[in-house]
Design a protein around this ligand. Structure first.
Ligand code: FES
Ligand code: CO
Length: 347
């Protein structure tokens, strides 16, 4: 699947960046191959426009914010949050030409992030119930570009077979490679998958898991939200601690994505500090990234193409592929993919 070619993917909300980044001024972001600029308007809410001035095409993200409007850094044409040009400094007494306008996008703040939808969304931003539950604190963990496919990031997070290998230096148990099975509860816009997984619990993770047992259990209630968001709902029955991660694999272009990851914990900063929690998940996330960047970015959703083999633990990924393919079909689309390039023998 080439994400920039699938028009249906434009009809979803994506987390672009932490709201705090807007305090540094206008920010560029490439979403599904489209260059946009995001900034904070006069009301403190985020706004998004195409990152292209309608005068001489300069990127508006090179400009600055003035009274909640964005000012082009080239000649100062100024645009409001709807994309209308409201000021041409060189001709203060002339009427602004009709059509002097830059395309705007739907934009809102949620969970501390700026979210944008390029076209009319099929679904609202998913509801993450921990946000409004006072039992939890929210910790922003990672915001970084990965050179891989967002579908593979989603699939990987439901793939119980990779722990023993990718995370063998960490919580994975290489001598216990047979994966736990999930119980699935599909819904219209994704699924919930529940399982119990034993993990290694070395002293370095005692404050994360809240237990000193050498091996402990994770009770996982994970969710996938079409197309590229997921909940890793990890509960440690031994301590009652919750480690609930939300990930958005926001597609930048066909080969890369922005990994947006935050965490909810139901313990206190004294139990386990935000920095300890970031330091704990850092190598795990790096291990996933390293292997995912070594896969083909063109993750296939049409399983009839038979370009990959599967095993039992790929079931969540296969369900994602099927639901994506069904959605594309409903929207009148087929899968766009990279042509297979034959390797020519050297003469
Ligand atoms: Fe933007 Fe001229 S290019 S004002
Ligand atoms: Co992993």
């Amino acid at each position: 699947m080439l994400v920039t070619q699938q028009k249906t993917l434009r009809k979803f909300w994506y987390a672009l960046m932490p709201m705090t980044k807007l305090d540094e001024g206008p920010q560029p972001f490439r979403l599904l191959g489209e260059d946009i600029v995001v900034w904070k308007g006069a009301d403190g809410k985020p706004a998004a426009l195409r990152d292209r001035c309608c005068h001489r095409t300069a990127k508006l993200s090179k400009g600055f914010v003035e009274n909640g409007n964005i000012v082009c850094g080239y000649h100062g044409w100024t645009y409001d949050c709807s994309g209308a040009c409201v000021r041409i400094p060189q001709a203060p007494d002339s009427k602004i030409p009709a059509g002097a306008q830059v395309q705007s996008y739907r934009c809102q703040e949620k969970y501390g992030y700026v979210w944008v939808a390029l076209d009319e969304p099929l679904q609202p931003i998913p509801d993450f119930p921990e946000e409004s539950d006072p039992a939890y604190r929210r910790i922003l963990q990672f915001y970084e570009k990965w050179n891989t496919s967002p579908l593979r990031v989603m699939e990987n997070s439901f793939d119980n077979s990779h722990f023993s290998f990718v995370h063998k230096a960490n919580f994975g148990m290489i001598d216990n490679p047979v994966p736990s099975k999930y119980e699935f509860r599909p819904n219209d816009w994704g699924f919930e998958a529940e399982t119990h997984v034993p993990i290694r619990n070395p002293p370095a993770s005692y404050r994360i898991t809240g237990t000193t047992d050498p091996v402990t259990e994770r009770h996982l209630v994970n969710r996938w939200y079409l197309p590229f968001s997921r909940r890793f709902g990890c509960m440690y029955p031994a301590s009652g601690r919750h480690h609930i991660i939300y990930n958005c694999a926001t597609p930048i272009d066909d080969k890369s994505l922005m990994l947006v990851q935050w965490l909810y914990r139901n313990d206190s900063e004294e139990d386990c500090s935000a920095q300890e929690l970031i330091d704990w998940d850092r190598p795990i996330t790096d291990e996933d990234r390293d292997i995912l960047e070594a896969t083909d970015y063109d993750a296939c959703v049409d399983t009839r193409r038979r370009v990959e083999f599967h095993m039992e633990s790929d079931k969540p990924g296969l369900l994602m592929r099927r639901m994506l393919m069904d959605l594309f079909t409903r929207e009148g689309e087929s899968e766009a993919f990279r042509p297979v390039i034959e390797i020519q023998p050297v003469e």
